[in-house]
Design a protein around this ligand. Structure first.
Ligand SMILES: Cc1cc2nc3c(=O)[nH]c(=O)nc-3n(C[C@H](O)[C@H](O)[C@H](O)COP(=O)(O)OP(=O)(O)OC[C@H]3O[C@@H](n4cnc5c(N)ncnc54)[C@H](O)[C@@H]3O)c2cc1C
Length: 285
């Protein structure tokens, strides 16, 4: 298996006092395996940007590992985005995950309100205002973004983000390796050579896995869904089964050329670290 070149962990800003108290421990445990970076999500419609910033500072303070903010542009203005970019630059941030963000539930049109409508405009704005000061990651959807008209249109939109200056991409979660390989084939045919790192969501619960897949349009293979349903009241057995399924997925991806893995940790260290160990990834001190 080729050595992955990019291994990263995604965190979200905690929303409860208990989550806030737990986070430093989670960050320390995850940092011990020496990931390349932690990324920190940004609330929909630009909400909770303070939470993103505070979590970023916590990562740097507790670990010294690179911290990468997600930045959403939906509903925002150029002035507001410019201020956030300046603040991140002053804080020493070197990489940004640039996103449109989810539309408000009340949105009447698939185009985002505000001065930015799609993520490619945000990527172009970052390049226009900060040149190459930030490495830019964008989102990729091997199984198509749920609001896209069709896979072809969605891929053209991905290509626009790359043309605007994205350096790399992180995918939406998926449990079907073929969807990723098909996406990569399309990239090759389109002359897109940026690294596209699979987004990996550990399986820790039947209900959550169904919910995540439904909300982002990811296909949960029928046999996996049926087995999770069967095991839903036996947590240790479900965790073992989920670990096997996701380990095999990651092995298949890495063996066939995926340049790394981006783990959606949901602010829990154990499921991601079990996977990490199972895969024999970078050994810790
Ligand atoms: C790795 C990753 C991290 C994420 N982190 C966050 C986060 O921190 N906070 C958050 O709120 N959400 C996050 N999301 C979710 C993301 O914000 C949503 O999926 C959002 O709906 C789309 O964002 P995007 O940047 O992919 O948008 P875009 O690339 O702009 O695409 C959005 C939709 O518009 C279509 N589109 C793009 N350009 C055009 C055009 N010119 N004309 C017509 N249609 C077009 C696309 O096909 C797609 O259907 C993340 C997703 C991923 C995969």
């Amino acid at each position: 298996m080729a050595l992955p070149t990019s291994l990263s962990f995604e965190l979200f800003p905690p929303r409860t006092p208990a989550g806030t108290a737990k986070l430093p421990g989670v960050i320390r445990q995850l940092a011990a395996v020496e990931p390349d970076y932690f990324s920190i999500t940004h609330g929909a419609c630009g909400s909770d940007q303070e939470g993103t910033y505070e979590t970023l500072v916590a990562v740097v303070e507790h670990t010294g590992v690179e911290a990468v903010p997600h930045l959403t542009c939906v509903g925002s203005t150029r002035e507001h985005i410019a201020a956030q970019l300046d603040r991140y630059r002053q804080a020493g941030v070197k990489r940004i995950v640039a996103l449109r963000g989810d539309l408000p539930a009340t949105a009447m049109s698939p185009a985002a309100p505000g001065e930015f409508h799609y993520a490619n405009e945000l990527v172009a704005f970052i390049r226009e205002t900060h040149g190459d000061a930030f490495k830019i990651e964008v989102a990729a959807y091997p199984e198509m973004h749920p609001q896209a008209l069709c896979p072809g249109a969605d891929f053209d939109n991905f290509r626009n983000k790359v043309a605007a200056g994205a350096d790399g991409a992180l995918t939406q979660l998926f449990y079907n390796a073929d969807a990723y390989f098909d996406f990569m084939d399309r990239c090759t045919r389109a002359g897109i050579g940026i690294p596209v790192v699979p987004g990996i969501m550990p399986i820790t619960s039947y209900a959550n896995t169904l919910r995540f897949c439904t909300s982002c349009g990811a296909d949960l293979p029928r046999w996996v869904r049926l087995r999770l349903e069967q095991l839903q009241d036996d947590t240790p057995a479900l965790l073992d089964f989920g670990l096997d399924v996701v380990t095999r997925l990651c092995e298949t991806l890495l063996r066939n050329g995926a340049p790394g893995l981006h783990f959606y940790t949901i602010n829990q260290a154990a499921p991601t670290l079990r996977l990490w160990q199972n895969l024999g990834l970078r050994v810790t001190a």
